[in-house]
Design a binder for this molecule. Structure first.
Ligand SMILES: C[S@@+](CC[C@H](N)C(=O)[O-])C[C@H]1O[C@@H](n2cnc3c(N)ncnc32)[C@H](O)[C@@H]1O
Length: 273
């Protein structure tokens, strides 16, 4: 059971045991794909044998490629950056302005992730990373063991930077796919779809539903997490998929009163055992 390398908004570490209950007993022998990888909490929990991971966030994917190819160099580079507010803003500017070498870019990415406010990844309309300093007392910035383990695991995987529909080409009969899209906001003020410039709207959720139907047709198992809201439930009415509700607390939410337990669903075509 490995641990994620990054903090990530909407990370699903807290759902891992709920998801475990739905997996087929022979899941360890199946190829695994994660089209909305983010921090990859489930991936690290399962340590699957092979398959693909993907995210539309280019910097995130460049970071993971450095983790896979040059883990030791990455660790050494991050260790050179001392912790502090001034250093944070200096590195943030460098990250936004420079044409950086892959190892330096990845090292700054990790530093900003561990020392920025709430581990958020947020960019402005010009794709400039604009998260403020996080004011932690003594944050752990590098976990060398986690990076080395991630590197070993990633060597068994294809790493893509595409939209989630790439999976149509890649998943084969018998494979397992975990889908964790940005959730539909409960309201505009509670919106947290700023993972990328592209956003993820209701049309994308309908496209994702159609993709699940295609995967099912092809004999691919999938589990999708989503929020328990009317439009999503309507979209899946009429399919034969199973919908399990789970309660989970969400740490990152701009509306303080909305913190706490927000019902979520797990949608799957995996038969009960
Ligand atoms: C809820 S997060 C995934 C969190 C992840 N399961 C974890 O445990 O950290 C959703 C991810 O989908 C990515 N994303 C957004 N739109 C996408 C798209 N159209 N295709 C692929 N990935 C997308 C975002 O960059 C974000 O990292």
């Amino acid at each position: 059971m490995a641990r994620p390398v990054l903090k990530w908004a909407g990370g699903k570490r807290r759902l891992r045991f709920e998801i475990d209950k739905l997996l087929p007993p022979d899941h360890a022998g199946r190829n695994y794909h994660e089209p909305f990888f983010g921090g990859g909490a489930l991936f690290f929990h399962l340590e699957p044998r092979g398959g693909s991971i993907n995210d539309v966030n280019e910097r995130l994917i460049r970071f993971y490629k450095v983790v896979r190819e040059l883990p030791q160099e990455l660790i050494e580079e991050v260790n050179r950056y001392e912790y502090g507010k001034e250093r944070y803003y200096e590195l943030r500017t460098r990250f936004n302005e420079g044409e950086l070498e892959p190892v330096e870019e990845a090292a700054i990415f990790l530093y900003l992730n561990k020392t920025g406010y709430n581990g958020l990844y947020r960019v402005n309309s010009k794709n400039k990373f604009n998260v403020p300093f996080g004011r932690y007392k003594k944050p752990a910035i590098v976990h060398p063991g986690r990076i080395i383990r991630a590197s070993e695991l990633f060597r068994r995987f294809e790493i893509y930077c595409e939209r989630f529909t790439y999976i149509k080409e890649v998943a084969e009969e018998g494979d397992l796919v975990y889908l964790d899209p940005p959730y539909l906001p409960k309201s505009d003020t509670a919106d947290f779809t700023a993972y990328s410039k592209l956003g993820f709207g209701f049309d994308d959720h309908l496209m994702l539903r159609d993709l699940c139907l295609e995967l099912d047709e092809k004999g691919v198992y999938f589990i999708q997490s989503n929020s328990f809201v009317e439009p999503i439930m309507d979209a899946y009415r009429g399919t034969e998929f199973k919908i399990h509700t789970v309660e989970a607390s969400r740490a990152i939410n701009r509306v303080i009163s909305d913190r706490g337990r927000i019902p979520e669903v797990l949608i799957t075509n995996i038969p009960n055992v």
